[in-house]
Design a protein around this ligand. Sequence first.
Ligand code: SAM
Length: 210
Amino acid sequence: MSAKKHNWFEKRVMPGQLDYSGKILASFKDRVRGRVLDFGCGVGAMMECMRTQTPAAPVGVDIAHNNLWSSPFVRFDGERLPFQDGSFDLVTEIFVLHHSPILEKNFAEMVRVAKNELVLVEDVWTNKQNRWWLHRNHVIFDAFMVLLTWLGLAEWKTNFKYYFRDRDQWLELFRRHGLHVLEDRELHLGPGDIVLHRVFVVAKSPPAAA
Ligand SMILES: C[S@@+](CC[C@H](N)C(=O)[O-])C[C@H]1O[C@@H](n2cnc3c(N)ncnc32)[C@H](O)[C@@H]1O
């Protein structure tokens, strides 16, 4: 990454990103330990929060390189994750899968490299209106990021297509992959929330009996 790009992000984006990712991390922090893969890590703020607030060693993977911090980062082709089966104690994805036209395939790869648990934080629509808002907000944000990319200040890949799901569609995805749902709850990130966020914790093994 060029120094120019880094400096721009450092000044404008970094402090807000850390606060925001910190709030999200608080919703599943007790699960974060060992080797963690953050799928679609973006600027890497979640990895930085994990690195400084938990005992975990995060690794980031993304189709674009915007990582600003020191955690290891791997750029990949968007399909096959370059890691062995079961090589991560936890796999996370924060607002990523709804960008993928091959969501099912990406998710299968995330499941493959996870030892057991995965955390998904997603925008989940509940009616036509908030589904429309989700779409509109993403178009605006992506257009802004495309402009930054054009200016040489970021690397953003988008086809302006989104694959948002409602809660039942996410649960159905987990069922198809033979996963157990350990947690499924709302996440409130502030007054700007127009659409519900949800945190899903899923696992290959059933929850231990109490
Ligand atoms: C909204 S950003 C979220 C970034 C980060 N997870 C966060 O919460 O700050 C979406 C990210 O997903 C990445 N992405 C999109 N499609 C992807 C794919 N098929 N595989 C991995 N990453 C992808 C984008 O490059 C971008 O960094």
